[in-house]
Design a protein. Structure first.
Length: 131
């Protein structure tokens, strides 16, 4: 029921890793049924992940500490700058779309909307041109 595709031990058929459930797995007050309901899993899946965590506690906890340390450091400055630039480009794009949509709406309000009879006239004129 447990495999590792490079993100850490996870439940087969899901993207839920042992690290997602770690706070619950070592808490005696939380039952496997509660965890299963919380994550949409079966009790058997949670039990398998708990067994894996307990059988490999040193490795699981060491990797979890590495993950927590990386999260605490935050993103590197160059990535923060790249994210800021990307966000600014997104805002400019949204503004461009808004102005374009407004211009189209303004142009449309002066455009006469064809009626069904206009379409019929157009169809009959095309038919007579073909004969």
């Amino acid at each position: 029921m447990i495999h590792d595709r490079g993100r850490g031990p996870e439940i087969v058929g899901t993207r839920i890793t042992v690290y997602n459930l770690l706070p619950y797995l070592f808490d005696d007050a939380v039952t496997e049924t509660e965890i299963a309901k919380l994550y949409g899993l079966t009790v058997e899946q949670v039990a398998a992940l708990r067994a894996h965590a307990l059988n490999h506690a040193d490795a699981v906890l060491a990797r979890h500490r590495e993950i927590e340390a990386r999260l605490a450091r935050g993103n590197p400055p160059e990535l923060v700058e790249q994210l800021k630039n990307t966000h600014e480009r997104l805002l400019k794009f949204k503004e461009w779309r808004r102005r374009r949509d407004e211009a189209e709406a303004e142009a449309d309000q002066f455009r006469e909307v064809p009626t069904f009879n206009d379409w019929l006239d157009d169809q009959s004129s095309h038919a007579s041109e073909q004969h």
